[in-house]
Design a binder for this molecule. Sequence first.
Ligand SMILES: [Zn+2]
Length: 81
Amino acid sequence: MTLFRFTSARFDQASKDWKANKIRMGQMYYYKCEAHLKSGEPCTKKASSDQKYQFLPKHYCAQHGLAALRLEAQNIGAASD
Ligand SMILES: [Zn+2]
């Protein structure tokens, strides 16, 4: 039964880790926006599922995703000059 207990504990931890960056809405889980507000508080919105934000290293809501995209574009622009 050692194997079962080990597996169960591993599952609980994995489950915890999996939920850590997600918001539950009814039966569904969504990624949490990983951006912070100007006040320093973490953003509480669910991350956008829009394809144009998929390549960003973090999950962002539509508002923060757009800001991150602009920043990304600036960085790419600066690097290629
Ligand atoms: Zn956000």
